[in-house]
Design a protein around this ligand. Structure first.
Ligand code: KG4
Ligand code: ZN
Length: 358
């Protein structure tokens, strides 16, 4: 079986074809650079760019795979959550192809794409404990199966990736912030600035990053003669130390809550053996290394998608589509894209429900 997956929920226009032997037959990702000058994704610009590039991304994906559209068994698209203007473009492209080819359409939850990506590239078995850390989401979940998630914790304010992006913006380092902060942090002293670890004593698995962001802002302001962040003058070493201290604080906050989540996971699923991290922030090597160590200490196997499949891509959508297709979980062509779509509201549907069947 071969599934085409389309991603357009944020600032990547992407497509991929995977088969049920876990082979990637073709893939193409275009990261929109137009947003850099704004220091964040501008939804209208993103939607226009998806519209402009969707056809060429699809053509390129088919060209790389050596397949023709008729060879595809189902068409999946990230159908939410995300910036709705972009989501609609990917969903419409997928529905049009499904209709023209008389093949099933699959509405993939973008977060399910991130959540299942590690199963394409590693031997990860259900149930597993997942840390999903991206630009828009930060959650700890037990993944029990396709469309079957139990959320143990979530951020009560900013997502981890959003915090990386905002700190990079405060330091005038550019967008997206995560990769730049990681590079700067490697040159810095992570113990120079003492930053808060929010919600450490809350007793649950929830996270918070907005206080951490404010603490970083105060440090930067202290480098300005009038406490105005715009006037701050930092040496490269100061900026690197801030980045390293911030990256340490985010990592330790995540690890602290994961330790709590591991206790719950092991109690509920004594045979569960995998800890997985996914989403854009999972591209951070420092975080990956610390999580690998945590997993080893806790007697779990650690998995993460290869770095290029952590940030948004078509492969993860195609693979989540494949997992759904293998269970006969297809969607109607009247499926409405969902700007908000919590993962744990993603209850499994009856096999074969709805959909245009081949
Ligand atoms: O998963 P993703 O591509 O998009 C969403 O679904 O949100 O994640 C993008 C986020 C951005 O906030 C970006 O700064 C962050 O992932 N990111 C990183 C790294 N690479 C990307 N954060 C920390 N370290 C990285 N190396
Ligand atoms: Zn994403």
């Amino acid at each position: 079986m071969k599934v085409l997956g389309i991603e357009s929920s944020c600032d990547e226009t992407a497509a991929a074809i995977v088969n049920d032997k876990k082979e990637i037959l073709g893939e193409c990702v275009l990261t929109q650079l137009e947003h850099k000058i704004y220091g964040g994704v501008v939804p209208e610009i993103a939607a226009r760019s998806h519209l402009e590039h969707m056809d060429e991304i699809l053509e390129e994906t088919f060209k790389k795979s050596g397949l023709s559209p008729c060879d595809i068994d189902a068409v999946a698209a990230a159908s939410g959550p995300g910036l709705i203007g972009g989501v609609v473009i990917g969903v419409m492209a997928a529905k049009a192809l499904a209709l023209a080819l008389n093949k099933p359409f699959i509405a993939v939850n973008h977060l399910e794409g991130h959540a299942l990506a590690a199963r394409l590239t590693s031997d990860v078995e259900y149930p597993y404990l997942l840390l999903l850390v991206s630009g828009g989401h930060c959650q700890i979940l037990i993944v029990k199966g396709v469309g079957n998630f139990e959320r143990l914790g979530t951020t009560i304010d900013d997502a981890a990736g959003e915090a990386f992006d905002k700190v990079a913006k405060m330091l005038n380092l550019g967008y997206p912030g995560g990769p730049i902060i990681e590079k700067m942090a490697a040159l810095g002293d992570e113990n120079r600035f003492v930053l808060p670890r929010p919600l450490q004593n809350s007793g649950d698995c929830n996270l918070s990053f907005s206080g951490l962001k404010t603490a970083v802002r105060k440090i930067i302001e202290s480098y300005s003669p009038d406490n105005n962040i715009e006037h701050a003058i930092l040496r490269k070493k100061d900026a690197a130390d801030i980045c390293a201290s911030f990256q340490l604080a985010v990592t330790e906050s995540l690890i602290h809550k994961l330790q709590k989540a591991i206790v719950i996971f092991k109690t509920k699923y004594p045979h569960g053996k995998d800890l997985v991290v996914s989403g854009g922030v999972a591209a951070n090597t420092y975080l990956r290394d610390r999580l690998k160590f945590l997993a080893e200490t806790e007697g779990l196997s650690f998995s993460a998608p290869p770095i290029r499949f952590c940030t948004d891509n078509g492969v993860m959508i195609a693979w989540a589509g494949m997992e759904r297709a293998l269970k006969g979980l297809y969607d109607d062509l009247n499926f409405k894209p969902r700007p908000r779509w919590p993962l744990d509201a993603n209850a499994p549907k009856a096999a074969g429900a709805g959909g245009v069947k081949a």
